[in-house]
Design a protein around this ligand. Sequence first.
Ligand SMILES: *Cc1c(COP(=O)(O)O)cnc(C)c1O
Length: 372
Amino acid sequence: MTINFIDLKAQQQAIYPQIMERIQTVLAHGQYIMGPEIKELEARLASYVGVKHAISCSSGTDALLMPLMAYGVGPGDAIFTTPFTFIATAEVIQLLGATPVFVDIDPKTFNIDPAALAVAIVNLDRNPKTAHLRPKGIIPVDLFGQPADYDRINEIARQRGLFVLEDAAQSFGGAYKGQRAGSLAEVAATSFFPAKPLGCYGDGGAIFTDSDELAAVLRSIRIHGQGTHKYDNVRLGINGRLDTIQAAILLAKLEVFDQEVSARQEVALRYSQALKEVVQVPYVAPECTSVWAQYSVLSDNRAALQEKLKQAGIPTAVYYPLPLHLQGAFAHLGYQKGDFSISEHASRQILSLPMHPYLIAADQERIVNNLS
Ligand SMILES: *Cc1c(COP(=O)(O)O)cnc(C)c1O
């Protein structure tokens, strides 16, 4: 019996007729680009997250890129984020010619440390390498499905006149102080990559905001900077649309999403109870609900644990083995090993275990027994 890291097949079996019906509807009407399912999905997403506007798009990466374009981010701008994240978070900053300024994480939540953020903003001027940069925005990441500390981050941003773009690629379905991830900053980006908590069958993403002005600009950027009609382009944009067929699949998956989120909570709870003496189990802040995009433990014995699980046919993953400040794409920024010691430490010890809503207790027991 194989154990999957993420079991998309089990999910598909559970909702196969609904998915097929939705896909067949798209094949029948034939509106593959911006078909009626796009509007339907956007309304559902906006009401789920609790924001005025949901703008579906081509990927989580483009969902991060487009708000930066809307804010006019470019050369000379400093955008603060963490080095303990997926490349896309910082990639989009640099793609626009702006400079990622890394800030270390909280050792328990792995999310941006608000105290370190405040220091990094002040220090920008004091460091000759960054003194020429203008602080412009912050991209906190809701790592592994747990939201960052938005009250503190938004307050720092307000004092400094910075925008906050929530990277909710892993946290769709999570919450902070009773508010859903995606609604925790003035604008948020999520991903529907197949392995994310809500995934489609290809690439996809969405942007969330309460601002009418920002939403209008984002909708224009999503279609090549379109103005009032198709061949009137008022700015530069991208081809950033979500396919109708992916919207249809997401609509079918949304039907069972709440059940899946509860199932994830149960899986996480069972892991934490069984493993708390064996490894450092994940910490969820009392004001947060994680959607458990990953169940990640810390161990100073990671390689051995991973090997043992592998021998037993149990897949694991390391997110992320190398913090971004030590990667070639950001080498020109001049960061050194030791600059973000908490991120570096987490990179050496982190280990993600199989986590999905269809993970049965018996399989989980096998995983736990192989760890103990
Ligand atoms: C997955 C992910 C992204 C990018 O999403 P894609 O849909 O793969 O482009 C961005 N940020 C984080 C934190 C992610 O996990």
